[in-house]
Design a binder for this molecule. Structure first.
Ligand SMILES: [Zn+2]
Ligand SMILES: [Zn+2]
Length: 541
């Protein structure tokens, strides 16, 4: 009978059926085994404040918050700490920032002036844009700034323990990642009191009675470039935040001091997490948090998102074309596996979110109970478990974009409203809901910024493939709207496809809906070449 129990157990749906519910349960079970208090389970995400607030940082916040929400759903107290690494030095002038920042390389980002003059510092400029995006996504967090945490002395005990055991710390770092530097230097970066930089100093001696570290500003190599020190020799009081722990130990100190029980990490910092885990156990005598490792987002073309790459897009850009829930969907949909994303994916995620909404409200049936639970759960997490009482009106993104294109300028909303009534998306007297109004704006922004049609993927029969291919060929010629309309009919007949079916196929590809406006005028409005490109992409060319 044992197997029956095991089977029942594995088939039991945990919480809302998502990966996040499962992870939350694992966190709790682990904490129970460790015998630690379950009164408040803190999750953490860290983010840099030295560049463009790109969408990868937002994904950290959204995913960690999902675990917090899952813990809360299991009846436990949980909060997400959003920890801003604003005590770090600037290592590189990020893309989109003036080159004049070069003179501040090596300075803590909170002591660099805001080049755009809208915030107190460069660090604050970067971090506040990110926090704004977290807010918009509905992420609730407790904000902590590294500069502030060090200044208030929240890590004092951990710093003391680490500095007292610096020799062992250095050995462990060398053993685990081969870095020899900390066999000689203390794992602490003092801010040079003479030149103001942080990475140029070398911490030489620990004075436990005075809570100080002696350093000399010798210079340091960062990313292949040598930063000359000013030669100053001084002392830093770590209880006043006159420096910071190096990365190889700082996580560990934070985890213990802030009582963190869950932290996800990207594979780019896997080594650092490994070292910190061990130091946390062996030096700080504290069991590190439960980790999940995720793959990083890639920009189209395979380049990893990083703060200085030119291909990044920010959450703010996404919100120009898509809802916060569609961005949450992008982040929450899959946790592992590399994802290639581009800002041009917004329409697809908007449409996919609508589909999830239909599934959740039973408008689109899903036979498998487990699959339903997973998809409905994902939908609910995009709303942080408080979805609206009823589904919205779903108009495919491409259709709105098209209507926006052909609408008379200044009368766009009225025109779109009438067309949506005509197409049956709205009833006779029905007005645009606020959610629909937002969508119209997204589509108008899209039209303003892009010419692309984001086609919908559709399975095609051999005859349909051949017909679509031929039509794309025909559209290369300079046709008018009526000629396009006729060409669609003729192509369908030639390939023995009922014209009605062929139109539906084309509508599905181009608009994401089985019916739509007359194709001839549509092709003219969207641009023949854009339509040809979309059709060719649909064929996998
Ligand atoms: Zn600013
Ligand atoms: Zn100096």
């Amino acid at each position: 009978m044992l197997w029956v129990t095991a089977r029942t157990m594995t088939e039991k749906i945990i919480g809302h059926g998502t990966w996040y519910d499962k992870t939350a349960l694992e966190v709790v079970e682990r904490e129970r085994k460790l015998g630690r208090s379950l009164d408040l389970i803190r999750t953490e995400m860290g983010f840099g404040a030295s560049g463009i607030p790109h969408v990868g940082n937002v994904s950290d916040a959204v995913r960690s918050y999902a675990v917090t929400v899952a813990l809360q759903a299991q009846g436990l107290g949980s909060e997400l700490i959003a920890f801003c690494d604003d005590k770090d030095g600037l290592r590189k002038v990020p893309a989109g920032f003036p080159r004049s920042l070069k003179k501040f390389l090596g300075f803590p980002v909170t002591s660099i002036p805001d080049p755009f003059k809208c915030h107190k510092s460069f660090g604050e400029h970067s971090s506040l844009l990110l926090l704004e995006a977290f807010d918009k996504c509905g992420v609730k967090y407790t904000f902590m700034s590294a500069a502030d945490v060090y200044r208030r002395g929240l890590l004092n005990n951990e710093i003391k323990t680490i500095l007292s055991n610096a020799k062992r710390v250095g050995e462990i770092i060398k053993e685990m990642v081969g870095q020899e530097k900390f066999e000689e230097a203390l794992p602490y970066f003092a801010v040079c009191s003479n030149c103001g930089r942080i990475y140029t100093t070398k911490a030489l001696e620990y004075l436990p009675k005075e809570d100080k570290v002696l350093y000399s500003c010798d210079g340091m190599e960062i990313k292949g470039q040598w930063f000359k020190g000013c030669g100053h020799k001084g002392e830093a009081d770590y209880t006043k935040g006159e420096g910071k722990l190096v990365w190889k130990v700082e996580f560990a100190a934070r985890w213990k001091a802030l009582d963190i029980r869950y932290e996800a990490y990207g594979k780019d910092i896997a080594d650092s997490v490994r070292v910190n885990d061990r130091l946390c156990r062996e030096i700080l005598m504290w069991e590190p948090p439960f980790h999940s490792r995720y793959e990083l987002f890639l920009a189209k073309g395979g380049k990893r998102f990083s703060k200085s790459a030119g291909t990044v897009f920010t959450a703010q850009e996404w919100f120009r074309y898509g809802s916060p829930q569609s961005l949450n969907l992008l982040m929450l949909k899959r946790f592992v596996g590399t994802r290639i994303v581009s800002i041009l994916d917004v329409p697809a995620y908007m449409n996919e979110f609508d589909e999830l909404e239909d599934i959740h409200y039973g408008k689109k049936p899903v036979a498998d109970k487990r699959e339903f639970s997973k998809l409905s759960g994902l939908y609910k997490y995009c709303w942080w478990l408080t979805p609206p009482a009823k589904p919205g009106t779903h108009v495919p993104f491409n259709l709105l974009a098209y209507l926006g294109k052909v609408a008379p300028k200044d009368g766009e909303t009225q025109y779109i409203l009438e067309k949506l009534r005509e197409y049956g998306y709205l009833k006779e007297q029905e007005e645009l809901t606020p959610r629909l109004q937002e969508r119209v704006q997204y589509a108008l922004n899209w039209n303003h910024d892009f010419a692309e049609i984001k086609e919908t993927k559709k399975e095609l029969s051999d005859a349909e493939r051949a017909a679509v291919q031929e039509l794309a060929q025909i559209l290369h010629a300079d046709l008018d709207a009526d000629q396009v309309q006729t060409a669609v009919f003729n192509t369908a007949r030639k390939h023995n496809i009922p014209p009605g079916q062929f139109f539906r196929t084309l509508y599905m590809i181009l608009l994401g809906t089985p019916a739509g406006p007359r194709l001839g005028p549509y092709v003219m409005a969207m641009g023949r070449q854009n339509v040809v490109n979309a059709l060719e992409r649909a064929l996998g060319k």
